[in-house]
Each structure stands twice: as structure tokens, then as C-alpha cells.
Design a protein around this ligand. Sequence first.
Ligand code: KG4
Ligand code: ZN
Length: 382
Amino acid sequence: MDAFAAPFNLLADRIERSMTERANTSPLTVLGIETSCDETAASVVRRHADGSGEILSNVVRSQLDLHAAYGGVVPEIAARAHVDLLDPAIKQAMADAGLGFEAIDGVAAAAGPGLIGGLIVGLTTAKAIALGLGKPFMAVNHLEAHALSAGLTDGLGFPYLLLLVSGGHTQLLIVKEVGAYERLGTTLDDALGEAFDKAAKLLGLPYPGGPEVERHAARGKPTIKLPRPMLGRPEPHFSLAGLKTALRHEAMKRAPLDPQTIDDLCASFQEAVADVVRDRTGRAMDIYQERLGADAQRALVVAGGVAANGRLTAALEDLAAARGFRLAVPPPALCTDNAAMIAWAGAERLARGLTDNLEAPARARWPLDPEAPPALGAGVKA
Ligand code: KG4
Ligand code: ZN
């Protein structure tokens, strides 16, 4: 933990100094690289002196077809594909931005958390470009990039409550400033996207399961009774493994499954997830207001691939309206893994003088809030 804590403590120390620097920063153009999972992505983003952001290019090469046959991401295949895809993606990002490398003020890469082989590919490439250009390098926490993307897409200032829901992560966090995060809740077992993927798999639907489940749910009725794990618990943690098991039992009872039953199972599962997400996020809103006081900006940001789910965002819209929170959901292309968010997080850090040296390691795990007490029964996911 200590090794993880150090960079964030440093960040916190530097924030105050950087806040004064921020006012007179000139525009910063940053190349960002993302290789933490199965998307090979490169993007150029400009951060203007007023703190607003502009995406100059955003290239994402998905490896989905390489992994689909295995029902999930195969780390070794992903790492090799990043080696093949990254250089052309960077060239494309520079060409789309209409810039030469001399126009770049800094280079950022996702340094974790993620699959270590892929991270090393992106990180090494970014370091080499930064070294060659003699420009600063930023090792970006992939979760921090998700957390900060609402600043780029919605111009949202700090603080805000973040619900981060992807294939690998399910967290509720207070985002106080760049580098200052307080984790309120996490999952004790599966991530939300992972639960969608597993639900789809057990119903015989292809990977990635989230969009499939949503598509089938739209044709079904939520008539099958499923549990709502953790509902009403004081700490805004999640647990999804039991819901998945209950879905398996209901599916087995009805086997062989006809198309209507599959649709109904999907609708019932999605409804249970929506209830859990609404309840857990509502609880996090209570804590957010307790911690920051009644005058703090009331804003909820939803990020990560699962934010593409219309039923979930509708449930969160209701909740936000009822609680007087502004809801910001970055567009789907910026919710799922992309390099614009990495470039933006890099630019935000560069504007505050938060650069890294070329020894910055790739990290399979890298919690945003190293101080957060471990959730009882929680697995090892960051
Ligand atoms: O953020 P992301 O692209 O990658 C990471 O996991 O970091 O998220 C992918 C996850 C997958 O588990 C996928 O099934 C889920 O997001 N997902 C969805 C939807 N679209 C993507 N889950 C539910 N409903 C969707 N429409
Ligand atoms: Zn992600």
C-alpha cells in the first residue's frame, strides 16, 4: 500500500502550489495512450488556459474480434495486439489532429491498473516519444482518467460524486481535485460490467454481454424475481455475485430457454441491477453531503462502459432529480476505454506540474484512494 500511497501524497502536497500556477497556464497539447485492457487507443487533447478541454483526435482500435471467441480478454493476445496496433494508432491520432510531434507539450500513458503486458507496451512507447521530444511524461492512473473525463466533456468543476462502472471496476468516489479522491464504496466481488458479461454468458449471449443484455431486456418483462443484494446497507458497497447465481438458478429452472424467457431474464436482471445502483448511489450522495457540507456542488458523474446502459442512466436521472444533483454522463465513446481521457488527465496533471520520471512503473493494481479501508470480504480489485 505504501508504495501506492506515495505518488498520491506527493500529488496532494503539490496541489496547493499548482492551484496558483493554474491561472496563468498557457494552452497545453497532450498526446495520450491507452493500452490497459483490450482497446489500443491514442488521442491528442488540448487544455486551454481557462481550464476547458478540446479533443483534437481520438483513435480507438478495438481488439474485440480477437477475444470474442474466448468469451473474455486474453492478456497475452491483448499485449501482442497492442504491439501491432499502437504505432499506427498514434500516427493516425497525430494526422487527425493535423499536428506534428513538435506541437506536443507532453505525453501521457495509462500506467495502471490493468493488464501488465499491455500497460508496458503503452508506457514504454509514451516514454520513448517523450524522451525523443524532450517533453514531459505523465504516468496516468486509468481510473483517474475515467474520474476526470467529465471535466473534458461537461466542463464540470470539482468536487463531484463519481460512479465508476466498467468491466473491471465498480466504485463510488468523491472527486475533490486532481489527485484527491475518497472512495466511499466498492464491489465485494464482481464488477458491474463483469456481472452483465457473466449474465449474458450463462444465457448463451455473446461477449461483451452488457449491450446484449440491454438489447434483450428491451423486449422482455421484468417478471422474474431476483434478489437486490446490499440494498439499504449503510456503506455504499456493491455485491453482485449472488444476483448472478440467482439468475443462473432461475435460468436452469426454465431450461431449455425460449427467446421470450431469455428476454424476460435479461429484463429482470437489469431491473435488479438498476435498483441496486440507485440505492447504493443514493447512499453515497448522503455521505457526500455529510462530508462536504450542504453548500458543496451537487453533481453526480457516471463513467465506465456500463454508463452506456440506458436503463441504469434513467434510474440515475430519477435519483439525481429527486436529490437535486446535476447528472453528467460523458458520451458513450468517452465512457468506454479511450485515450482522450488519458490525454486529458495528463494535461490536467501537466498544468499542475505533476509530471513523472521515466522510471514510473506499470501497475496491475493502483487504487485511487490508497487510504480507503478494505471493504469486508472484498476481492483484490482496485
Ligand atoms: O469501460 P469499459 O469499456 O472497459 C473496461 O472494463 O474498462 O467497460 C466494458 C464493460 C463490459 O463489461 C460491458 O459488458 C459493459 O461495460 N457494457 C455495458 C453496456 N455497454 C457496455 N453494460 C451494460 N449495458 C450496456 N449497454
Ligand atoms: Zn476503463
